[in-house]
Design a protein around this ligand. Structure first.
Ligand code: SF4
Length: 151
């Protein structure tokens, strides 16, 4: 199974925010650290805010922060939410597969997909920034010189 770019970026944003200190990063800071376009990052941040995993704090020192729910979120649950419950294979596409009404493979692929999510469930977002990932993230995230205004 292959994650969408959107889901992969969402996990990277969550990891970056999990190592943030009191000097909260902005969306532009996160985009720069992850080397991805600002517009993609902004869409991902909006979705994570909608899910209650990230919040934008205003004022001096404001920026993006993980919520308590975001820090403790099971990675499998986040991926499940972002990827959706669709089939791994498009059995019902423009030319529906003739086997779709009684296909053993379809059921097996659904179970495999669920097993993929379930394997990620024991991990929380916080777990993803254990060493060596957390220190590496801090090293590439830049400091005050690269900081930009607004969340
Ligand atoms: S063979 Fe089965 S899994 Fe593959 S497209 Fe057809 S119904 Fe779907």
């Amino acid at each position: 199974m292959r994650l969408t770019r959107f889901t992969d970026l969402a996990l990277r944003v969550l990891m970056r925010l999990a190592v943030a200190d009191a000097d909260l990063p902005t969306t532009r800071d996160v985009a720069a650290a992850m080397e991805v376009p600002y517009t993609h990052t902004a869409k991902v941040v909006a979705r994570l805010q909608h899910l209650g995993l990230v919040e934008a704090r205003r004022g001096r020192g404001g920026g993006l922060a993980l919520t308590a729910a975001g820090r403790a979120a099971p990675v499998g649950g986040v991926v499940r939410e972002l990827e959706g419950a669709g089939d791994v294979v498009d059995c019902e596409g423009a030319t529906p597969c003739p086997l779709r009404g009684a296909c053993v493979l379809r059921g097996a692929l659904r179970r495999a997909q669920e097993a993929f999510f379930a394997a990620l469930d024991p991990l929380t977002v916080d777990d993803l920034v254990a060493a060596p990932t957390g220190p590496l993230l801090l090293g590439i995230s830049g400091g005050p010189p690269g900081r930009t205004a607004g969340p």
